[in-house]
Design a protein around this ligand. Structure first.
Ligand code: HEC
Length: 119
């Protein structure tokens, strides 16, 4: 009996891991990822001088609360700027964003993309 308990614990945590692996696609990301930092602020300042970290944090919050009700959050670096601008136009009405929310989401997505894309 003593030996059985750790065995059960190991096998339950293994199956939890397996379930997690199955359900996560490579194009999806969780809330602790894609967090904006001063790095994104610096990049975006070249385009929009008034941007603050608080704006990007607000955009991040919108993305992870309003853009994952129908599908999971996508990896930002998976899509081009052109694709994101198109999708944000398409999706903002679906997520019922007001103009300010849409603006903050756009700033967050595009600055994160510019700061983190590899090519
Ligand atoms: C009411 C449901 C709904 C909400 C809310 C929603 N989406 Fe979507 N999204 C969809 C559907 C359905 C598709 C696929 C078909 C299409 O493009 O219309 C999609 C597709 C996408 C795609 C394209 C993925 C690909 O592989 O080409 C992106 C990017 C996207 N959504 C981003 C967002 C963002 C950003 C938000 C928040 C502003 C959002 N979505 C909110 C329903 C939703």
């Amino acid at each position: 009996m003593k030996k059985l308990i750790p065995l059960i614990l190991v096998s339950t945590s293994m199956s939890v891991l397996l379930i997690n692996c199955k359900s996560s696609k490579s194009t999806t990301a969780s809330i602790d990822k894609q967090v904006p930092t001063e790095k994104e602020v610096e990049v975006y300042k070249k385009i929009n001088n008034n941007i603050t970290l608080a704006d990007l944090q607000a955009g991040h919050k919108i993305y992870y609360s309003k853009c994952n009700t129908c599908h999971q959050n996508f990896e930002i670096v998976s899509f081009s700027e052109k694709k994101w601008r198109h999708e944000i136009d398409d999706m903002s009405p679906k997520a019922e964003l007001n103009a300010e929310e849409k603006n903050k989401l756009t700033l967050y997505i595009l600055s994160y993309l510019a700061a983190n894309k590899t090519q």
